[in-house]
Design a protein around this ligand. Structure first.
Ligand code: FES
Length: 177
């Protein structure tokens, strides 16, 4: 009797622990889902704001160093630097740079851009975006804000859809470095 009684209490305790444990796990899972929904993944966010090294890492012309990993080209001209987003403004394909032609050509439907992002031909309705950039005062690296984009309204000319370059070379989309 005593033994049976002890055994029953032990079983009851066991199932009680399992029950409370299950409930705790369920509540914990719900809380985690709630947290993930309202507080976006830090890693995901950090992918949209990232560093690409120092201005001195970029000589005159176009750098494709970050095209694959970060979807940007870095361009240095006489006045400074800008980061252009390597997403075609037609349907989002990735254009390729042809150094001999000094043009970007989109492999999907043939849009053509110059190094400034102006549309020289094809179906793209707007210029290539440029991303906001600034210098980190601590380590001197360039910080790119991928989602903060310059998107000017182009003018239709005989050469394509254009924007005056000087109007694009303004903060925070251009670094005079
Ligand atoms: S996606 Fe580039 S031309 Fe269509």
């Amino acid at each position: 009797m005593n033994n049976n009684g002890d055994e029953q209490i032990t079983r009851r305790d066991f199932f009680s622990i399992v029950g409370w444990g299950g409930m705790a796990a369920t509540l914990g899972g719900s809380a985690f889902s709630f947290y993930k929904f309202y507080f976006p993944n830090v890693l995901y966010e950090s992918q949209k704001v990232f560093k690409i090294g120092k201005p001195s890492d970029y000589p005159m012309g176009l750098s494709e160093k970050w095209k694959k990993e970060r979807q940007i080209w870095v361009v240095r001209n006489e006045g400074g630097l800008y980061a252009m987003i390597s997403i075609c403004r037609h349907l989002g394909c990735t254009p390729n740079w042809f150094d001999d032609k000094k043009k970007f050509l989109c492999p999907c439907h043939g849009s053509i851009y110059d190094i400034a992002g102006n549309v020289l031909g094809g179906p793209a309705p707007k210029l290539l975006w440029r991303a906001a950039i600034k210098i980190d005062p601590v380590d001197g690296q360039i910080i790119v804000d991928f989602n903060h984009r310059q998107d000017p309204d182009p003018i239709s000319t005989e050469n394509g859809l254009m924007v005056e370059e000087a109007s694009r070379e303004v903060e925070p989309f251009f670094l005079k470095v």
